[in-house]
Design a protein around this ligand. Structure first.
Ligand SMILES: [Zn+2]
Ligand SMILES: [Zn+2]
Length: 561
């Protein structure tokens, strides 16, 4: 098994007849999944997703894969295969299509409907090719075959990519629920056939590789939901992912059974459920779903609200309800169900929301106190089955943080994949399949690209560091006017603080130190404003550190007259 190679440089030219696989996201993180396949000078992309920011990335809306390594090869792309409609697989598409709008998108009916709705908001009309399980399509030199997989969104597909270099199979996200609501199983017979033919490189979902055993069936949740519905005598508010059609189907079924009406709240929830319903993925009994405004006329025990915000996202409906910043006001006796996972990193935000809701008197049902969630990703037991069925010649764990990738590699090894044929790569690491053997050959740029408001890629790590300092320590500005001929101070210094916890009048103590530093500079013949600013920053920084043990941002401005 391979280890991180910080020393890797740009990969050499791909040998004739080789297949190159470059993950631009999703390896080392859960999010922004994107893999580039290259054969004979042509490129095929599988997924193009986003990663959601964490607390140490203040102000960031989304994180994209870095397109630098393919930017001057956009004409070589034969298509983007989208395995399913989750944001971590499709959310980056609008940003790639902004650079070249006519790259064809290939995906299932639901996946394409979800990405088309998203692209409409970006005013892009894509070229699409709808495929279904069993279909084969030739995209440039890539012979693609699509295979049904079960996941926490309907209509997910794996893709087998045949080239003269061999066959690569990308599972996308999958699990092996044997009793899915739509009876669309992960097509193990198809995978077995591919295994017989010979899978030269298998790229597999690692998310739950550390979790032993099997994921319980989605339909197990329905009994838990019914118990909650049976005992609730006021409103029920359910938060879930806006794409989890089967979870929401079970909520609709429970509501129907207990004589309640349902309203969808929040833009993405309303939009996605509209699409799912229209395309026949969501089965809604007549009269069950109503507009949120009609709910006011119904008694509390006939009301269900389905909203987003199960991850504690501050702008989503649920957080705003917890903060009394939403038209729906939580009252004593309401039941709130968080029918979703708790994505690592979101714990604080989610518990803050649960506490907020509890404070207003809601009874909060969540993953921690009831079985209202099952994962969408295969656990270790399922992965072992899968490897024994697929018998991959080379294995490359994808979709996971390092611990997930390693655990997944270990499972592959247990089933007999030779350790030297298991490639643990990370974002940007280039893997070449040549003569049936997969090997790391180099590394391309694959850092975070930040989306903040309308700007893409303008915000850098340095900016984020500044934001963290501003957030943690505040800022002190120092304004000084100097006479450019003599270097003497003729105005100021004026100091102002924001967020540093230091009162402006306390700065009287530091003014002599600044004057002293400037006088010395004048004596030494230092008059360049930038140098003076550095002197001021040092003097003020030392004073704040000595007296307050703090390190706020210090912003000196020297104006010459
Ligand atoms: Zn997914
Ligand atoms: Zn995913």
């Amino acid at each position: 098994m391979s280890h991180p190679h910080p020393e890797l440089g740009a990969p050499p030219k791909l040998p004739e007849g080789g297949l190159r696989v470059t993950p631009l996201g999703g390896l080392g993180e859960i999010g922004r999944n994107m893999t580039v396949f290259e054969y004979g000078g042509r490129l095929l992309i599988v997924d193009c997703g986003v990663l959601f920011p964490e607390e140490e990335q203040p102000g960031i809306d989304l994180i994209l894969p870095d397109f630098t390594s393919i930017r001057d090869r956009l004409d070589d792309i034969d298509g983007i295969v989208l395995t399913h409609g989750h944001e971590d697989h499709i959310g980056g598409v609008p940003y790639l299509l902004r650079e070249k709008p006519d790259i064809p998108l290939i995906g299932s009916k639901l996946t394409l409907a979800l990405i088309e709705a998203k692209l409409q908001e970006h005013r892009i009309r894509p070229y699409t090719l709808e495929v279904a399980e069993g279909d084969r399509e030739r995209l440039g030199p890539f012979e693609c075959q699509f295979i049904a997989v079960n996941h926490s969104i309907p209509d997910a597909l794996a893709v087998a990519i045949r080239t003269p270099a061999g066959m690569a199979v990308h599972t996308g996200d999958f699990k092996m629920d044997q009793l899915p609501l739509d009876r669309r199983l992960t097509d193990l017979p198809a995978f077995a056939k591919l295994g017989e033919e010979g899978i030269d490189l298998l790229l597999t979902d690692s998310t739950n590789a550390e979790v032993p055993g099997f994921v319980p069936p989605e339909r197990d949740i329905s009994n838990v939901l019914r118990q909650v519905f049976a005992s609730a005598d006021k409103r029920i508010i359910v938060a879930s992912f806006a794409s989890h059609v089967h979870r929401i189907q079970q909520i609709l079924d429970a509501a129907h059974e207990y004589g309640r009406r349902v309203a969808f709240v929040g833009r993405s929830m309303v939009r996605n459920m509209g699409i799912a319903r229209e395309l026949g993925y969501l089965n809604v009994p007549a009269g069950l779903v109503v507009d949120v405004k009609t709910l006011d006329d119904l008694p509390d025990d006939e009301v269900v609200l389905v909203c987003t915000g199960s991850q504690g996202e501050p702008m989503a409906a649920l957080s705003r309800m917890a903060n009394r910043d939403h038209q729906i006001r939580i009252v004593q006796g309401d039941t709130v169900i968080l029918a979703s996972s708790l994505i690592p990193g979101n714990e604080n935000a989610v518990y803050r929301v649960i506490n907020g809701l509890s404070r207003w008197g809601a009874n909060v049902v969540h993953k921690g106190n009831a079985k209202v969630h099952v994962s969408g990703h295969a656990s270790a037991g399922e992965l072992l089955y899968f490897y024994n069925i697929c018998k991959p010649r080379n294995l490359m764990p994808v979709h996971g943080e390092w611990r997930h990738l390693r655990a997944n590699a270990e499972l592959g090894a247990l089933t007999g994949v030779p350790k030297d044929r298991i490639v643990i790569a990370e974002d940007g690491v280039v893997v070449d399949l040549v003569d049936g053997i997969a090997k790391i050959s180099g590394k391309v740029q694959a850092g975070y690209v930040y989306v903040d408001g309308l700007s893409v890629g303008d915000v850098t790590e340095t900016h984020l560091k500044d934001r963290r300092i501003l957030g943690d320590e505040g800022i002190i500005s120092v304004f000084v006017v100097v006479d450019s001929s003599t270097g003497k101070t003729v105005g100021g210094p004026n100091l102002h603080a924001r967020g540093s916890g230091i009162d402006d009048k306390d700065f009287d103590a530091v003014v002599p130190k600044i004057d002293e530093a400037l006088a010395k500079a004048a004596q030494d013949g230092v008059a360049e404003p930038h140098q003076l600013q550095q002197l001021i920053r040092r003097a003020v920084g030392k004073w704040v550190s000595d007296n307050y043990r703090r390190r706020p941002m210090i912003l000196p401005v020297v104006v010459e007259v």
